[in-house]
Design a protein around this ligand. Structure first.
Ligand code: NIG
Ligand code: FE
Length: 406
């Protein structure tokens, strides 16, 4: 048993949890002043409340014997962040491409010139496991320093089974915070490969082979877009994912509106990613599903496209999460403060909506139902800070986290 005491204000986020992440408001922070928390051996919270009630609670549990008491020195406590969409295992960079973008080239034009996803695939194929592990560890550390307790890590820069396996091996080797590896199996069509043949191979052979290689693999992803993969591919992909007990998420409606989000949601996707180009009817339908809409404003910023309609999605009752989409091309940033500021400034999200999106809803996007709120039964994954809720997501680059406990 662990006892955390001397907490100035503990933001429980109980209100967000109660509504399972729909329609968040400021009152949902549910702060407790002069708080304490009891955590069981399994890492789950047993009690949260006022420190003045701590003694009675400890006595109820049979006294202090064997308990570790941790003094949080008058700091505030928040649930840790969940970074629910990253492509953090990659080699090389796309600095030249950034320059081309500034000069007006589009995502698809860059891809035609040999840039884009396939250029990172080339670099990642060449890199050794050790090189990828070393760079990925640094990237994980950067998230940890920002109070991230759970991070999703996609493959997708492999282009062939062998390299995808190498990337997932890296993802499964990462430590320090909780990592959810995702097999982004259909990301781009490799050069000189016929599309149908590639899709058939990935769905029929690679997906089952990868699950066999990594029994702990629980997620699969694909990119639905013109020039990439179709809704038909999505349906077949989902059927195989289901056979293999893999949760589905999908990059959808990022550059054009192909009704990918609603199709994936109706197929039971845990989350749909980007969701920039949605029709009003699709937003209404998405609100009736459990699927989390994972918005990635870093990519919209770097690609200089439209931002998703967060206001309409949240007001309709959708669960909305946000993430960096950290990757070397469309979103070369790991900065949570930047993403939160974009969400507020460009997507008109309130502060409470941003907090909920980056904690509880981001965890739900990964299928983790007991993270993002500090209350009985939830994971004791939190960080300390001198700051208050409103001190975050205001100044880009200022993200005042002291220490992560996760
Ligand atoms: O989330 N949309 C497809 N995949 C990534 C981009 C990856 C890349 O450009 O390297 C995304 O934006
Ligand atoms: Fe992505």
């Amino acid at each position: 048993m662990k006892i955390y005491k001397n907490i100035s204000t503990l933001y429980t986020f109980k209100g967000f949890a109660k509504k399972m992440g729909r329609n968040p408001v400021d009152q949902d922070f549910r702060p407790i002043k002069k708080a304490a928390m009891i955590v069981g051996k399994n890492g789950l919270i047993e009690w949260v409340g006022k420190e003045e009630s701590l003694l009675a609670q400890v006595q109820k549990k049979g006294g202090l014997l064997g308990a570790r008491v941790i003094d949080l020195e008058g700091l505030n406590v928040f649930p840790s962040f969940t970074e629910s969409h990253t492509h953090l295992v990659f080699a090389g960079n796309r600095k030249k491409e950034f320059d081309l973008k500034i000069k007006g080239a589009t995502y698809q034009q860059i891809a035609k010139m040999g840039g884009g996803i396939s250029s990172t695939v080339r670099e990642t194929k060449k890199a050794s496991f050790e090189e990828l592990l070393a760079s990925s560890r640094l990237r994980i550390k950067r998230f940890k320093e920002q109070g991230v307790g759970l991070v999703e890590v996609k493959s997708g820069y492999g282009g062939d089974f062998k390299t995808e396996k190498k990337i997932l091996e890296v993802a499964f080797s990462l430590k320090g915070i909780d990592v959810k590896p995702t097999y982004l199996a259909l990301h781009a069509i490799p050069k000189k490969v016929e599309k149908e043949e590639y899709v058939n191979r990935v769905i029929n052979i690679d997906l089952p082979k990868m699950k066999k290689k990594f029994p702990k693999l629980s997620r699969a992803d694909l990119f639905i877009e013109r020039g990439y993969f179709s809704k038909q591919d999505l349906k077949r992909f989902k059927a195989q994912a289901e056979n293999l007990n893999l949760d589905l998420c999908a990059h959808v409606d990022q550059l054009s509106g192909l009704s990918g989000a609603i199709t994936a949601a109706h197929l039971g996707a845990l989350s749909v990613e980007h969701a920039v180009f949605l029709k009003p009817q699709e937003i209404r339908s998405l609100a009736k599903t459990e699927t989390v809409i994972n918005l990635l404003p870093g990519a919209d910023f770097y690609l200089k496209t439209k931002y998703p309609e967060a206001r309409k999605l949240i007001d309709a009752g959708c669960r909305v999460s946000i993430a960096t989409d950290f990757n070397p091309g469309s979103s070369p940033t790991q900065d949570l403060s930047f993403i939160g500021v974009l969400a507020r400034r460009e997507m008109k999200m309130s502060l409470a909506e941003v907090w909920c999106a980056y904690t509880l809803n981001a965890s739900l996007a990964l299928g983790v139902k007991n993270k993002g709120s500090l209350q009985k039964g939830y994971k004791a994954s939190f960080f300390t800070t001198k700051a208050k809720a409103e001190d975050f997501f205001y100044e880009v680059g200022n993200h005042p986290v002291e220490k992560l406990y996760s």
